[in-house]
Design a binder for this molecule. Sequence first.
Ligand code: CP
Length: 308
Amino acid sequence: MNHFLDLHTTAQGDLRAILDQAHQMKTARNGRPKGAADDSQPLAGHMVALIFEKPSTRTRVSFDVGVRQMGGQTMVLSGADMQLGHGETIADTARVLSRYVDLIMIRTFEEAVLQEMAEYASVPVINGLTNRTHPCQIMADVMTFEEHRGPITGKKVVWSGDGNNVFASFAHAAGQFGFDLTFTGPQALDPDPAVLGEARALGADISVERDPYKAVAGADLIVTDTWVSMHDPQSARERRHNQLYPYKVTTDLMAAANPDALFMHCLPAHRGDEVDSAVMDGPNSVIFDEAENRLHAQKAVMRWCLGV
Ligand code: CP
């Protein structure tokens, strides 16, 4: 049984195979309507539970549409509406759901919840974001880079801003896909040292540069994310804005990178905060391809989980 919990705990060869299948499946759809079925229906007869303990637009819709395109069925569940939100244990929830569904995707707060779900479920579990990581997002991001610029191996990726859960999966991906990763942000919001250790154990070349202009020199891709994540207290908002303002992605910062450097943001974005609209809507931005590729990458992840 293949759980898809994190990039550093999934075999490098499996990640490559998933992305290769994602590219193939996207090409095979060849512009047909979103509701049209794929030629092959690998999830026919399969039921997928999509559990959300946090808000979501992209993850919710892309998983739901992806399952339907592949012939399966979904149920979208809010954690607050389940007994899970009223004291039932994760372990019991996992064992019960496993009697009804073939695959579980969960977006939750603590990584321990995801791990416990995977430990007790007898069906595969997919990480749809935790406070610690967001592996499905970075599968889509690597796919997007490859579509526009070819192999990401050996390229320079710069993360500007908060060393958060999305950065963590970028760090894991740096080890698995072999690109150089530079973090530029305030020391107070440095990445989790444990995450850096996991990535470096995979051979990742990760550096830290406090000056964003020095950081982006020679960059092939610049990435940022919202300054206040879903799990951050709103009381931290003003402090974080002050800390992160120097790391806003502007047209000036993009101009200091390679001329063909791409810009990515997992969305939702706060235009004018972490990134200017001129960058988001500019010629090097691939943010909506990223969002679309959540669909294709996750379809391949689900096939890998189910072995279909
Ligand atoms: N990027 C991302 O995970 O988007 P949602 O929060 O809308 O799912």
